[in-house]
Design a protein around this ligand. Structure first.
Ligand SMILES: *Cc1c(COP(=O)(O)O)cnc(C)c1O
Length: 388
């Protein structure tokens, strides 16, 4: 399959030498359009925290914005600052808590702040005065996530009424976050939504409703249209993954990232030979073993030892023995012709088969999010536009 490399991320060495990730930006654009069509009345925030879930924040943000997203969401001030430095002018929300020492930088770089306690305000007011800017904030309420936000919604309403009158602050948004919108049982998300919706209607009644009400993550975009409001915050879906595996059949996302490495050494071993640290694998017969240039320092989890597979020549090569820091062994016995220099697909499609972050997540007992975010810094990202 041909592709056009339109940029490579920062990492040392030959970008395609040991292990690298190919990010198909046309898949990001496709997913933006898909989620916009699922929430046609809302604007869309592309959540690009954690370096766009490991995909690379700047190229993903640009693709998402040009495909119709209008907002960006990040977790940390330096993430927002990196986007601004790259020339991104779209509104950016800091989704979590921002410490007092970082507030000034946030205001300087025009990042909207999330606030949810009285002591969040003095640094905001100070930065506003110092920089001569009105600061946009979004008030977070906790309707059942139990993480951050006002838990007493009446108190939150009174607080909004008070800070609305400060000349330094503009209350641009109010929002909440679902704890279990992806669960098979929608009950908890429904309860959260009811609580939030009642409160929003109360704000409206009192003339306190800010311009942007938001609640939905990827899961709620898919299954709770009533929670779309003015803006939806799409993270995992943007990258072509869904938080509930049973939804893939009806939500045609496209996975954007393919993670590859190479066979750097191929050999036959005799029955009884052991492979890798701790000798946890013993060849049950004559086996053809390949060494792949990826390890847990790249984010190829050590939990994949003797578990899971990579794709070589479109076939499954099971991981044998322990995953090392920089190298991993696989069994090539059943893959005719497999040889040094062959690509090994760690995540993505090859031939008619595929291996996904959902598969890795199942094997190491986590979620696709953590697998994607965990792809290491030393794995160069290449940005592709695959012709179709
Ligand atoms: C990370 C995050 C999101 C995105 O969630 P997905 O499940 O990846 O869509 C949305 N809102 C907030 C507040 C977040 O922290």
């Amino acid at each position: 399959m041909g592709f056009e490399v339109i940029g490579a991320g920062a990492a040392g060495g030959d970008p395609a030498g040991w292990t690298w990730a190919e990010v198909d930006l046309s898949a990001i654009a496709h997913n933006v359009r898909l989620f916009r069509s699922l929430a046609p009345r809302a604007r869309m925030m592309a959540v690009v925290k954690a370096d766009a879930y490991g995909h690379g924040a700047v190229p993903v943000a640009r693709s998402a914005l040009s495909a119709g997203a209008e907002w960006l969401g990040v977790a940390r001030v330096h993430e927002g600052k990196a986007l601004r430095r790259a020339g991104v002018t779209a509104p950016i929300l800091l989704l979590g808590w921002t410490g007092p020492s970082e507030v000034r930088a946030a205001v300087e770089w025009d990042l909207d702040l999330t606030v949810f306690a009285p002591d969040h305000l003095p640094p905001v007011v100070a930065a506003s005065r110092e920089l001569g800017k009105r600061v946009a904030v979004h008030v977070k309420v906790d309707t059942g996530m139990g993480r951050i936000g006002w838990r007493d919604l009446e108190e939150a309403a009174r607080w909004i009424a008070a800070i609305r009158d400060l000349p330094e602050i503009e209350v641009r948004g109010v929002f909440t976050h679902f704890a279990a919108a992806d669960a098979d049982d929608p009950g908890h998300a429904r309860d959260q939504w009811e609580r939030f919706d009642r409160w929003v209607r109360e704000l409206e009644k009192r003339g306190l409703r800010p311009p942007i009400v938001h609640a939905a993550n990827t899961a709620a975009v898919v299954r709770m249209p009533e929670a779309h409001y003015d803006l939806v915050r799409v993270g995992i879906g943007l990258y072509g993954y869904l938080p509930n595996e049973s939804w893939y059949s009806r939500v045609p996302v496209r996975r954007a990232l393919t993670w590859k490495s190479r066979l750097v050494y191929v050999k036959w071993v005799e029955k009884g030979a052991t492979i890798s640290y701790g000798c946890t694998y013993t060849a049950p017969g004559k086996r053809k073993i390949g060494t792949v240039a990826v390890g847990y320092a790249d984010g190829f989890r050590r939990g994949l030892s003797n578990r899971g597979y990579v794709l070589v020549r479109g076939r499954r090569a099971p991981v044998v023995g322990r995953v090392c820091m920089d190298q991993t062994m696989v069994d090539l016995t059943d893959i005719p012709g497999a040889d040094t220099g062959d690509e090994a697909v760690l995540l993505g499609d090859q031939g008619g088969d595929r291996c996904t972050a959902d598969d890795h997540a199942r094997w190491v007992d986590t979620i696709s999010y953590e697998i994607l975010c965990g792809i290491g810094k030393r794995v160069p990202r290449m940005y592709l536009r695959v012709p179709r």
